[in-house]
Design a protein around this ligand. Structure first.
Ligand SMILES: *Cc1c(COP(=O)(O)O)cnc(C)c1O
Length: 751
């Protein structure tokens, strides 16, 4: 692959395969020799990276970093930028992963990684992975129709965070079905609701009456089953997928640049990243960043009482030590602690309850490569030797429950890393102390993030020089593990409900759910039956929808005036001015569901300016009157619906006579449909300048089957178009409002 640099080609940690492309590695997940994929070399940063990258937006920075690992011959620059943009436009803040200062005196900062759709850090990687899968498939399926299209069946098991992030990453993606097994009744209520209330036809939740380990065993059995592998292309989304590690590298750089801009960061200051660690995925991304050249003094591994990694850094021994019985009991069942009973200790931070850390194998390979071979050996020989070491260690882990490395290798590991173990008690104390302390101003940590913060304070006590800054990674929103947080802040429950609980979580548990139940007694063959049947049903429904366009799909929603403009749902927030660019390209992603029976119940408009949601303000900071807003909403909606109508009729249906082409546009936008208690919500939004209009449609029951087009999926038509927006756009809208009767008095037929 001459078009690929060494860091754009991949090999297996166990020596079985070399010279693979990024696409092969992402679609395969795990190497056939059981190893994990790593780039053949860790790239070094371009010469002027520090000055050239420091002011880049998160998306641009991600592009620069990903380009080092992905050859443009595989994903052309413009496509990669598009994938990145789609992946991060689902985040709620402009910075994607902002860094905030928690304690000025001790230079402790928090890198907030929970502003994505499921409120945990795994979104950063899984939003990207979902779009990558789709990109590769759409490309492979160009000019193919029906059954000749390649279809990806993603199968995974979850005890909570991974499953919801994977579902939100893959929902509505073309040519991809996703099956996530969870132990029934053993994941936290919020996580279960997040997963099962997603109604996209390609999302399949399987509740198993067993533990996480049972689910995991089913997944492994499916991947090993020759029969299903003959008919279905299986793919994995767990943290061993290389694309997940890659996506996580960005925020180490982004956070570093945010930190060094602060006045408290002096020329002699240094930085340590502290990472709450389970499977070693998140912190491994930090290791790549450091090896690429990011000046991080140390990476600090913070574990809970499942401390295999901490023990390794203390002793050089990597050993499973299953804990059973009384000893293992801790944590809160309602937060999902009983999901995993494979001998791990149950703690307040269930997303880190692991016996062994699968990504640690990747670090071992790099350490072995560095330590055991000399520079005079040929590179290929050094690689093969590193693979041999890894294979034999992992073999010992399997057969003897552990292995020990020698002093030389341990020293190399200690050069980059340090480790701390944090108990449940210390976790609760940290949540409490942080909330109460004057410097952190009532900040509420989730139990995982608290482990990082606790370790950061311990590291701050011993690190030299005293001007060391600590960036602790905040991996989840406190509302996701609310029982532990409420236990720590037992006097503050009203505060939690009123100020901490995100709107997205309110009423989540009352929404309709879609989940299939799988009996453990039916074994993995039972799961296989369900997977095969549901993929088949999905494909048939898609074929049917593609071949028989129903004319009702051509009609616009019947917009009635009833409570169209009800602003009760709007919250006033801070306003931040947009950058002074006056002209921007507006890229509008619109999605509509064309159902004649729909009525619009509520419309809200929010202008998302500079990272904060504000309402009734135009992006230039001027207050808009209520009439301005009405006009703006109506104008956007009117234009959008008209446009879609015209577009589909002229461009697609008349020319081609099928819905197929219109449907291929679906993949160009994210998934903007949400089920609400009232009905479906139609979101019209313009991502790049962040105007967001959300309209809740209600559909009377008899229309629902039509709406669903007989398949358990609604038909969505998506278009992407661009309109240049200037200040005159807003003025124009205002003038329109002043000189004409309010357009919302028109009847729907005039649309
Ligand atoms: C997954 C997860 C972790 C652990 O991350 P690893 O990459 O497995 O080390 C920590 N905190 C939360 C909230 C998580 O969901």
């Amino acid at each position: 692959m001459s078009s690929h640099t060494a860091s754009q080609r991949y090999l297996s940690t166990r020596g079985g395969s070399y010279d693979l492309s990024f696409e092969q590695v992402v679609l395969k997940g795990l190497a056939s020799d059981g190893g994990l994929f790593i780039p053949e070399e860790i790239p070094t940063l371009p010469k002027d990276w520090a000055s050239n990258w420091q002011h880049l937006s998160f998306e641009h920075l991600a592009y620069e970093i990903f380009s080092l690992y992905i050859s443009p011959s595989e994903i052309p620059a413009a496509d990669l930028k598009g994938i990145i943009h789609r992946s991060y436009s689902t985040f709620r803040v402009k910075d994607i992963t902002p860094t905030v200062t928690l304690d000025e005196k001790n230079n402790i900062h928090l890198l907030e990684l929970f502003h994505g759709p499921t409120f945990a850090f795994k979104d950063v990687a899984l939003q990207f992975l979902g779009n990558l899968f789709e990109y590769f498939l759409v490309r492979r399926n160009e000019n193919k129709t029906g059954r000749s299209r390649e279809h990806l069946t993603v199968v995974g098991a979850t005890s909570g965070d991974t499953g919801s992030a994977a579902i939100y990453g893959l929902r509505g993606k073309k040519d991809v079905s996703v099956f996530i097994m969870h132990p029934q009744g053993k994941v936290s209520a919020v996580q279960e609701a997040q997963m099962t209330t997603v109604m996209d036809a390609n999302v399949h939740n399987l509740a198993v009456d067993g533990t996480f380990d049972d689910c995991q065993d089913f997944v492994k059995a499916l991947f090993a089953d020759p029969e299903i592998n003959k008919t279905h292309r299986l793919a994995a989304v767990n943290s061993i997928n290389w694309a997940r590690i890659l996506a996580q590298i960005t925020y180490y750089f982004y956070s570093y640049f945010q930190l060094i801009r602060q006045p408290s960061f002096l020329p002699a200051s240094t930085v340590r990243f502290v990472v709450p660690t389970g499977n070693f995925g998140d912190i491994l991304a930090g290791y790549f960043a450091k090896r690429m050249g990011l000046p991080a003094e140390k990476l600090v591994v913070a574990t809970n009482e499942n401390d295999i990694l901490h023990r390794f850094w203390q002793s050089g021994k990597y050993e499973k030590q299953p804990v059973h019985g009384k000893e293992a009991e801790g944590g809160i069942p309602e937060d999902g602690v009983k999901a995993d009973e494979g001998g791990v200790k149950e703690t307040l931070s269930p997303a880190m309850d692991i016996l062994v850390s699968s990504n640690f194998e990747r670090l071992l390979w790099f350490l072995a490569y560095e330590v055991y071979s000399t520079n005079s050996d040929a590179v290929s020989q050094r690689r093969a030797q590193a693979g041999d070491h890894v294979r034999s260690w992992l073999n010992d882990l399997k057969t003897e429950g552990g292995f020990r490395v020698d002093q030389q290798l341990l020293k190399a590991a200690q050069a980059d890393f340090e480790s701390y173990r944090v108990s449940d008690e210390e976790t609760l104390e940290t949540i409490k102390d942080t909330f109460a302390s004057a410097s952190s101003k009532g900040y509420v940590l989730d139990p995982h993030s608290a482990i990082g913060v606790h370790a950061a304070y311990r590291s701050a006590k011993v690190s030299t020089p005293p001007s060391t800054h600590h960036i602790a990674l905040a991996t989840a929103h406190p509302a996701k593990f609310s029982n532990a947080v409420e236990r720590a802040l037992s006097d503050e429950n009203d505060h939690f409900q009123a100020n901490i609980l995100p709107d997205e979580f309110k009423g989540l548990e009352d929404k309709p759910r879609r989940v299939s139940h799988v009996r453990k007694a039916d074994g993995w063959e039972g799961v296989r039956r369900v997977v095969i049947a549901e993929v088949e049903a999905e494909l048939q429904a898609a074929e049917k929808a593609a071949n028989s366009p129903s004319h009702s799909l051509l009609r616009l929603p019947n917009i009635t005036r009833s409570s169209f403009f009800d602003f009760t749902n709007i919250k006033r927030r801070d306003v931040l001015p947009l950058p002074p660019t006056r002209t921007r390209q507006l890229e509008t992603d619109t999605t509509t569901l064309l159902c004649p029976e729909a009525t619009i119940q509520r419309t809200t408009l929010a202008i998302h300016a500079g990272g904060k949601l504000c309402t009734r303000h135009d992006p230039y900071g001027q207050a808009l009157s209520k009439v301005d807003v009405l006009v703006l909403v109506y104008w956007m909606l009117f234009r959008t619906l008209n446009f879609i109508n015209m577009y589909i009729r002229r461009q697609y249906l008349h020319e081609e006579g099928t819905l197929n082409h219109a449907l291929t546009l679906v993949n160009d936008a994210g998934c903007f449909f949400q089920n609400t208690r009232q009905g479906r919500s139609l979101d019209v939004w313009a991502t790049s300048y962040h105007t967001y209009i959300s309209t809740v449609l209600s559909v009377p029951p008899p229309a629902r089957s039509l709406w669903m087009c007989e398949a358990p999926r609604c038909v969505t038509i998506t278009t992407v178009f661009s309109v240049p927006v200037t200040r005159s756009f807003f003025l124009g809208v205002k003038l329109l409002g002043a000189s004409q009767p309010p357009p919302y008095s028109r009847t729907p037929t005039q649309l």
